[in-house]
Design a protein around this ligand. Structure first.
Ligand SMILES: NC(=O)c1ccc[n+]([C@@H]2O[C@H](COP(=O)([O-])OP(=O)(O)OC[C@H]3O[C@@H](n4cnc5c(N)ncnc54)[C@H](O)[C@@H]3O)[C@@H](O)[C@H]2O)c1
Length: 249
């Protein structure tokens, strides 16, 4: 590792496991000061201790908690350079019988949280004089799958939110980009796997649709967050990056 984000003050949501944890770990290894947030305190504290970060509990469904995570996090870090919004949930099911409560829940957790996180982070990033906001969407936000329309709608909204926000914040040298992973081997995909009839169905779909023929590991997604958090990406904004083994183009 080579100090690519040395001294950067970074907040990461949804980082007690999976992609967020792998990204936070790589950011710490590259010299950043990182605070991770997630709703599960025991898991979050354990993850933070394991990777050399600090932890603040945040349920991204709650505006008050997001505001506190960002304001307390920025105070502890002495400012804020990068916000990574990665927390998300997934439900599967055909629309005809899809519970309306689950539609609302997915939009609240996946989309509204991104608006609120950005809203409370922007004053801190402006104070820093430049910054980077990185949101996690999904290949599903570009190409929905049958039985995953609610999830796809939430991830498509994150991509569109990022392009608008990037234009709004460009005059302040605050960049906004979106990471769109394909299949990643985490616990997250239970509903998608069930929707495909179990792990065998998932394996068939991956073989048929992913040229590289397999899932990614979280460590294969993490470098994109380091790049977008670092000054190496100083001319990059308004983009959404697929890391999907060639699944969609
Ligand atoms: N695994 C995949 O195949 C895949 C593919 C594309 C996109 N993604 C996206 O990547 C992100 C991370 O997923 P992952 O695969 O690492 O799974 P994960 O289950 O390991 O991570 C999800 C994280 O979100 C957090 N979270 C969920 N609800 C929360 C809430 N209300 N408040 C605070 N934190 C909350 C969880 O605690 C966890 O840390 C998600 O946004 C997901 O949509 C995952």
């Amino acid at each position: 590792m080579s100090d690519r984000v040395k001294g950067k003050r970074i907040l990461v949501t949804g980082a007690s496991s999976g992609i967020g944890k792998a990204a936070a770990k790589m950011l710490v290894a590259e010299g950043a000061e990182v605070i991770i947030g997630s709703a599960n305190q025991a898991k979050g504290e354990a993850a933070a201790a394991a990777i050399g970060a600090r932890y603040i509990r945040v349920n991204v469904r709650e505006e008050r908690e997001i505001a506190a995570f960002i304001n307390e996090g920025a105070a502890l870090l002495g400012g804020l350079d990068v916000l990574i919004q990665n927390a998300g949930i997934q439900y599967g099911g055909v629309i005809e019988s899809f519970p309306t409560e689950q539609w609302d829940d997915i939009m609240l957790t996946n989309v509204r949280s991104m608006f609120l996180g950005a809203k409370y982070a922007i004053p801190h990033l402006k104070k820093a004089g430049k910054g980077s906001i990185i949101n996690t969407a999904s290949v599903a936000g570009k190409r929905g799958g049958a039985g995953m329309s609610a999830y796809a709608a939430s991830k498509g909204a994150i991509i569109a939110f990022g392009t608008g926000l990037a234009r709004e914040l460009a005059p302040f040298a605050i960049r906004v980009n979106t990471v769109c992973p394909g299949w990643v081997d985490t616990e997250f995909n239970g509903p998608a796997i069930a929707n495909l009839g179990g792990p065998e169905g998932q394996a068939k779909v991956i073989k048929a649709n992913v040229p590289l023929g397999r899932q990614a590991t979280p460590d294969e997604i993490a470098p994109m967050y380091v790049y977008l958090a670092s000054d190496e990406s100083s001319f990059v904004t308004c983009q959404s990056y697929l890391i999907d083994g060639g699944q969609f183009n």
